[in-house]
Design a protein around this ligand. Sequence first.
Ligand code: ZN
Length: 249
Amino acid sequence: MSAGLHVLSGDGEVMEGNTVERLLQLQEIDTLIGDRQARLAALRAESDQLVAELAGLEKETIALNARLETVEGELRQAERTVQAGRATLKRLQLRAQEVHNMREHTAARAEVDAARQNLEAAEDDLLDAMQDQESARSALSDLEGDIASRQQEYGERLADLDEERQRLEEEIAVDLDRRSNRALRIDERARSLYDTVRQGTADSPLAPLVDGVCGHCYTAIPLQTQQVIRAGRVLVVCETCGVILHVAD
Ligand SMILES: [Zn+2]
């Protein structure tokens, strides 16, 4: 036996002849479970994404409502300023009719001009506030329409995702049951080696010997070790990548 190789039963203990076959069946189930779990994770990620998007839209609605409230407050303020400006202008115009001399006339005229300019400025502000209100209302209404259609669309998708998730969870539960039944029929040391290798590698714990190299990492396997693998009496682990090597079908 070549140095450094981990083998299952080195002390003359011989594993059951069909151990590799059983481990391969276990690996098949594990691959299936892995695929289903990956699909499940993808479904969950998609659901989370949709829920987050809807929550984002609702947050945006709250912000726009707050903006609309502010704009409407500014609009009411601008209306009051315009009303006050009109009253002031009217009062000054009446007073200007009661002047007694040229000096008073000039002074009253200046006051009226200033009041008119103030009023014009207030009217400009009012127009701006009305436009702000209009654009806030229209943005809000667009957003509400968008939310309604997305709630409909996402709601249907979320229901589909949930259905698929439940189906996958049931399938995985059946697979896991099948797996533990299969695992019970495998020599405990072989099973434990399999589990250890599986935790250490992201993919399959078993790899075939292909043309004298490890089917997983493609490292050349010494001839003597190849013979040990072919004899099928012990489990041999690739020294480079750690997978359990077996004879290809
Ligand atoms: Zn390898």
